[in-house]
Design a protein around this ligand. Sequence first.
Ligand code: WTA
Length: 676
Amino acid sequence: MPAVKKKTSSVARKPSTNGKHHSVAPQEVAINSVLQEKRVFKPTAAFSQQAHVKSMAEYERLYAAAEKNPEKYWSEVASQYHWFKKWRKVLEWKAPYSKWFIGGQTNICYNALDVHLSTWRKNKAAIIWEGENGDQRVLTYGQLHREVSKLGNALKKRGVKKGDRVAIYMGMTPELAIAALACARIGAVHSIIFGGFSAQAVADRINDAQAKMVITADGVFRRGNPLNLKSVVDEALVNTPSVENVIVYQRIKTDVKMTEGRDHWWHDLMDLAADVCPAEKMDSESPLFILYTSGSTGKPKGILHTTGGYMVHAANSHKLVFDIKDDDVYWSTADIGWITGHSYVVYGPLINGATQVMYEGAVNYPNWGRIWDMIQRHKVTILYTAPTAIRSFIRAGDEWVTKHDLSSLRLLGTVGEPINPEAWMWYYSVVGKKKCPIVDTWWQTETGGIMVSPLPGATPTKPGTATRPLPGIAVDVVKKDGTPCKANEGGFLVVKRPWPSMLRTIYNDNARYEKVYWSEIKGMYFTGDGARKDKDGYIWIMGRVDDVVNVSGHRLGTSEVESALVAHQAVAEAAVVSRPDDVKGNALVAFVTLKGGYNGDAALRDALRDHVGKEIGSIAKPDEIRFAEGLPKTRSGKIMRRLLRELATNGVISGDTTTLEDFSTLEKLRQQEEEE
Ligand code: WTA
């Protein structure tokens, strides 16, 4: 074995000549899935009794009814919301283009705010906001409605009309939600750009959408530092001829340059604006927002969502998955700049009349106790966060968690990447004290809302799986030819039928839409993820298909190897990538960060390889393990495996690093590479 290992690494630094290992074409089927997880956790009787969906039998009934007559199911779901005019047809499907609730007219902002004003919720807290510096604000539904109406009028006064695109580039203050809602109210299309993107990325997005207006802030507090957002916008706007006006919200009171005639202070416009602004009657299929997301190649894709269908699924999925009730205090730590913030900070919770916590800054600032302290102070009942955050909390140490009173929590959620069973177990026991169900929610920017997830009062959960599709959602795991995989056989995760909140297209690029999502597997929406379904029909996401690796003729989900590594007591976080190997086709390279007190030495390397061998099998043992101080991540917290793959393969990074959060981690890895 050592001899093979040596040979592997000596040839491995050769640059890849064909890049074949980078993307696994869907014609190569049979992804080997070997991670077996046997633990099962049922919701407690107390939770089930009070839940919107109370048992697996009830879920099965709902699911079966939706399968039998999907249009009837979605029509009933849609009837929960306010429509100015009812639809005449539920669905028109001219593959791969769908239209939902045709002839119907509604307004998502009306559903998020106005519907509550005639109820007791008018004076209920909608948003409990906390700034990173400790600032506190509470906005009731009534107050939010007034602010949104005023901004709607201000936008109209500055020439924004139905269908115009408005770019929004702000930090996490209530004004970001207000800006999105004001656009929706008057029928403008928002394009929210995450506040961490560079001027170039902002300009590209503005130009692609031809935005007429930009709404921004002077800045935002991030890890104790004031970041100037307006100066980024100024730099971006040098090359964006479509932009006529800029509105600037004053958050950090820093000096900014205001361009006469173009730039306006938010507070000046709001002072002048009337607080009555009727919600436009929007056709169900009118565009609601564009959100840019990266693909495996090319420029970011402008994912286009429309009004009625998106509203129906975002709101209903939020209600079912988070079991939302009037006395909940819900907190999603997602930034509104990502899809999770669109669907499960802005629209879902407000349509459901929920009270939510919104937070400006880093959840570990000024220390690792911040998130737990906020849960304790605000008596948060539902927490929705990302596996990467959970793993970093594990690394920081349990004492940060256990010294706080988290007894208000009743439900936990995760999103964004596969959660390693060990991280799941930690979340379940250390945070949830073994009484809170965990909803591991699988979905994408493109799907608009959650597609696969436990219903917390019904579904027995297993650590590491998003479990079953929601009612009305026809998700399956198939081979390249579209035939279903057998139980536990790895394949491609697809959606077999249109769903209301599906993306309608890539903005201005139907050809790319058809190619990326609808050409890989005939007649089905291809998610880009590999997965397997176990004998209970539970879906185990194995990561993006381009993270699936063929080692010695065996296909492995790199996330499974990562899970195995993270299950080892010494490991805090792991990223596994492949590099071409003359002997095995591909070799696995694991980048591993350790918990405090462990030394990255040869003995630990051997122990980890043995451990993976035990957890999965010797085929999955990483050929190389590199200990690192940190892993390169995007600003939304995803590990940038693409960069690690390049580093493992070529020893250099030449690819696009514009979405990287912290360059120093990459630089350290690179230096290490030179030293080795
Ligand atoms: C991954 C985020 C495993 C997946 C809402 C998907 C997940 C991509 C999960 C979409 C999950 C998201 N388990 N993987 N629960 N949730 N993913 O567009 O690879 O930022 O295709 O949307 O994240 O990322 P996006």
